[in-house]
Design a protein around this ligand. Sequence first.
Ligand code: SF4
Length: 300
Amino acid sequence: MIDLLETLCVQITLKCNLACTHCRAASSPKTSVDIDLPLVKKFLYAIKAIGLKHVSISGGEPGIDKRIGEFSNWLISEGFYLTITTNGTTQLLSRLKSSNVHPSTRLRINVSIDGAKDIHNNIRGNANFEKIIVEASKIKSWLNWIGVNTVVTPTVKNSLPELVPYIKSLGAERWALITPMPRGRFKGDGSSPSEILQMTVDAKAMIQDLGFNGKVVIYNFIGTPHTSILVDVNGLIRVTGLSDKDDIVIGELKNFSLDKFSKSVEQYKKAKEQKCFNWKSWENDQIPTMPSLKFQSAED
Ligand code: SF4
């Protein structure tokens, strides 16, 4: 087996009960597309051959997809590690339990919390901060692990002194700070890439100064390290860029070829190493052109 691709993101659904202002998937109660699960399973099974070990499920909101329990069981039984990201306001945990998904070290659940109460509720609309903290505690008790995801904006950063005690009392193992990116509903707030990154780095230092002892990581979607390969709800396999138009489609579930996909993944890895994913580089604050890479396109 070759180790070409360890992690893959899967957008299980576009549906969401919320309509957050910064949603990069532009999900809302009005969006309704679901991924074709049998096709996804076939694809994931095939790419075990090139090293796939970890599947990260996002949406939309995975907790409102009735198939989440069955899909999670399938992934775990196939030997994958699994991460699910939830907004904490749906029945994710009860769906997992009723499908007999067992808490295991192969499963990780992240809850999205964007700032202290008022800030979070303002960004996430109908979300109820206190209820999410309760749900996150339930997940922590069941799984003995909980992660928190936070998209860092200036207001979110300013609310950290109020938020950190909640996350500490939750006993979160890991806190991921995510750079906001202008795709989906979020159009940017005028900050330059380097300002966004600096703000996120400062937020990490604040969290640690305020006594959070878990791991704090930065997902810098503006720079090279955290570009990823995503299977979207329509079955398109994308190298995700900073904005929708900058995604590079490298395949389709319907006519997937392991050979072509492997070649694209090789190019993707090379591009990451050479920092070619520079469509908006935080290093120089410029809006560069697309990388001139020869990916196998969906049409090839
Ligand atoms: S950010 Fe997450 S919770 Fe908010 S609308 Fe998008 S998918 Fe739903």
